[in-house]
Design a protein around this ligand. Sequence first.
Ligand code: ADP
Length: 259
Amino acid sequence: ALEIGHDLGTALTAAAALERERALVRELQQLDDYRTHLIATLSHELRTPLSVISGNLEMLGDLDLDRQDTEAARHHAAMVRGTVRMQRVVDDLLLLARVGDPQHPLDASPVDLAAVARGALALVESTARAKGLHLESRLDPTPVVVRGEPAELDRLVTNLVSNAAKYTPAGGTVTLSLARRGPDVVLEVADTGLGISEEDQAGLFRAFFRTTNPDALREPGTGLGLAIVATVAQRHGGDIRVRSRLGEGTTFTVVLPGA
Ligand code: ADP
C-alpha cells in the first residue's frame, strides 16, 4: 500500500507540474496576443496624425519653402525626412501585424516570381550603382510561378535585395538567383558583405532584431524587414534559411511551393 501511495504521489506531482506548464504556456500566448494587438492598435492610431503632419508639411512645401536657403526651409526639410521615416516604420508595423494575423487569410493568385525579382533588382539598381556594387541576376527568362499575394511577395524579395545592397560595402557583389527545384521554387539572395555572426543569426527573424555588428548598425533600420520576410514566406507555405560568415557575406534562401 505504501508503494501504491508513493506512485500516486509521484503521479499527482507530475500532473500538477504539467498543469503549471500549461498555465504558463497559456499566459505566454495571451501576452503574445496582447503584444500583437498593442502594436497593431498603436500603429493604426499613429497613422492618422502622421498623415495630417505630412499633408501639412506638403502644403508648407508648396509655399516654395524647399527652394529657399533659410532656417525655416532647413527645419521643414528635417521634418519631412523624419516624417517619411516614421511613416515607413508605421507601415512596416501594420504590414507585420497583418501578415502575422492568423485571422487574415491569404488572398492568393498566380504570381510570376521572376518578374517580381526583376522589379526588386530595378529598384535597388541606382543605389547599387551609386555605391559601387555589382548586381548579378541568375533569373529564368520564362515565368517562375507561385501562388500568393503579389504585394507581399514583392516585399519579401525587395527586403532581401535591399538588405544585401545595404549591408555590402563598395566593390561587393549582390547576386539574385531564382530556379525551380522539383515542385518548389528556390530564391537565393547572396552578398559578399558584412556577414552575420552565428550568435546574431539566431535572432535574425524576430521583429525589431538588429545586429550587434557596429558596421551594420551604422545603417539606418528598424529590424522589421526580415521579420516581414520570414512571416510572408511562412504564410505562403515556404521556408527561409540563412548561411553567413562574419566578414565574408550572407546568403538567404527562400523555398516556396511552385504553382
Ligand atoms: P533592418 O535592416 O531594418 O535593421 P532587418 O530585419 O531587415 O532590419 O534586418 C535585421 C538585421 O539583420 C539588420 O540590422 C542587419 O544587422 C542584419 N542583416 C540583414 N540582412 C543582412 C545582410 N544581407 N548582411 C548582413 N547583415 C544583414
